[in-house]
Design a protein. Structure first.
Length: 316
């Protein structure tokens, strides 16, 4: 388990990355271990000096039990640590990308069937941010030179990466054609093994009449290659998300179902989705049998907050 904890260590922003492991199916966990130990505001994904999202981190595991933990900091750098023994010990920090001038944010990790680690992220402090991507052939010890995926004149944000059993890479992300803090939609692209990512398509277009924006997607691939994509729905461009959109593919991303609103996620009485400062954490999981779960939080200021769990499957 990987999470961000707001620990003030003397820097401009609080935040550290903590890890704990369970060897009994989740009945108990080891004491938390601090993987970052820095005053740089770890776990924050900076958009501007005044705007950021907490939860800028990800965790992945390969078939041998090697763990990969990636996160960004408020001061801009993207870090990775790996554990070859299931979390008992971790390697030294590996710097991937990012700086104070061009801060990395929203990392997403995935492992292919051959054990290669793949990593994507975006950047802040620029109106025309693109999705950046790299991969490792050395079990996370080194990474290739990053490159941009589906570059555009708009603002690309919050990528989510998944790899199906054939090794095809699937990527969904939010795109704001008119720049940051404007109307957003969810785009998707795929790359078969040993191929480049193709032109992106828009997944969330049919929500346009009811919702001004869609963004911050979560993407998962099932054992049979089926894909599920979840995203936040915004009634107003500058408002907070009030529902969850969902779409599925039974054709390894070649075609998709009609997007829908996740049943039960439109209850306005319970407030808005997410926390006050974070929409980057994944909300979707798919198990080996193809069953999916969605976890969502809602918050009504000065009134109430809830955690919701949805269970289901993608219809064929």
């Amino acid at each position: 388990m990987l999470w961000q904890e707001i620990i003030f260590s003397g820097g401009s922003h609080g935040g550290d990355i903590l890890f704990a492991r369970s060897t009994d199916g989740g009945r108990s966990f080891s004491p938390p271990r601090n993987l970052s130990q820095s005053p740089a505001g770890d776990g924050k994904g900076r958009l501007t000096a005044e705007r950021w999202h907490n939860g800028s981190l990800d965790l992945a595991v390969d078939s041998s039990g090697t763990l990969y933990a990636a996160w960004t900091e408020y001061e801009g750098r993207l870090w990775l640590r790996r554990s070859p023994d299931g979390g008992r010990s971790f390697s030294s920090l590996v710097y991937i990308a990012g700086s104070d001038e061009t801060p990395a944010r929203a990392p997403t990790l995935a492992i292919d069937p051959d054990g290669r680690a793949h990593l994507a992220w975006t950047v802040g402090e620029t109106p025309d941010a693109n999705i950046h991507y790299t991969h490792s052939n050395t079990s996370g010890r080194t990474f290739d030179t990053p490159r941009s995926i589906a570059p555009s004149m708009g603002h690309s944000d919050a990528p989510t990466l998944a790899i199906d059993p054939t090794g095809t890479r699937h990527l969904a992300y939010g795109e704001r054609p008119d720049g940051p803090f404007q109307t957003s939609h969810v785009r998707y692209t795929r790359a078969p093994p040993d191929s480049s990512f193709g032109p992106p398509t828009v997944l969330s277009r049919r929500h346009a009449k009811a919702y001004d924006s869609a963004g911050f997607p979560s993407l998962r691939a099932g054992p049979d290659g089926a894909l599920c994509v979840l995203w936040e729905l915004f009634s107003t461009v500058q408002g907070r998300p009030r529902a969850l959109g969902f779409i599925a593919s039974q054709t390894e991303g070649r075609t998709f179902s009609r997007p829908t609103v996740l049943p039960g996620s439109e209850n306005l009485v319970h407030g808005f989705n997410g926390s006050q400062q974070g929409l980057l954490l994944e909300k979707l999981a798919v198990n080996a049998r193809g069953h999916l779960v969605v976890v969502n939080s809602t918050f009504q200021p000065n009134t109430t907050s809830h955690i919701w769990l949805y269970h289901g499957h993608a219809a064929p």
